[in-house]
Design a protein around this ligand. Sequence first.
Ligand code: NAD
Length: 250
Amino acid sequence: MTRIAVNGAAGRMGETVIETAADRDDLEAIVGFDVDAGEVAGVPVVADDVADALPEYDVDVVVDFSIPESTLPLARACVDADVGLVVGTTGFAEDGLAALADASEAIPLLKATNFSRGIQVLQRTVREAVRALDSYDLELMESHHNQKVDAPSGTAKTLLDVVQEERDVEPVYGREGHAPREDDEIGVFARRAGDIRGEHELILAGNDEVLSLSHHAEDRAVFAAGALDAAAWLADREAGQYDFGQVVDA
Ligand code: NAD
């Protein structure tokens, strides 16, 4: 039984992770961390003293869905306590990503911008499509709920990375006014409305056809389930940086 802590426990994803964990018998949510102490779905939530709580609650792996400013000190506490870390938070700057890479030299760390299995398959499909249809125009769209702070989404950035590994294209974030399309660009569009869980679509257009590759999450539980799969998988690993594709392929 893997003992997990949830950082950002009172948030949309944190609460879903705690609720989803309650239905599993391979791991248990022992404690949550957030800015205010309290309780989420029967799990105690502590504030401010993460470094003490990790050994006190005998945590094996922390699952983090918070904000980058919280994840980075959390990673240091995990290193000090020798506890694995699953990072679902998005929106890191380059120095934050470097700090997480440093932490992974001491602890097992798995970071994913999207913990849905369908998005993993979408990434692989996008790579194949961009490679095969190498002259087609590319446009990337994403939609999320109206509380999301980072744009474009971490998942859209990951899909863009996959595209750019295959083709030399420059992102153009929205268009306005006189903005003719160049051959070597990819339009990237972020929509924010209501409670949309997450929609991503890449279109490839040319040669009198349009290929649309899209995914939509129907419930946050899909991300929670994937993050918990990652936590259970990570519990037995050596220090290092892992990715969700390894969990999907396991
Ligand atoms: P949210 O705003 O609902 O929750 C964030 C929580 O973090 C809040 O409860 C907030 O109080 C807490 N927090 C802030 N500072 C903290 C600190 N110092 N210590 C502890 N807790 C702190 O946001 P959300 O919708 O749950 O999303 C959280 C993150 O997860 C975002 O970056 C989002 O993009 C990302 N996300 C990733 C995936 C994925 O599959 N990887 C899926 C959904 C969301």
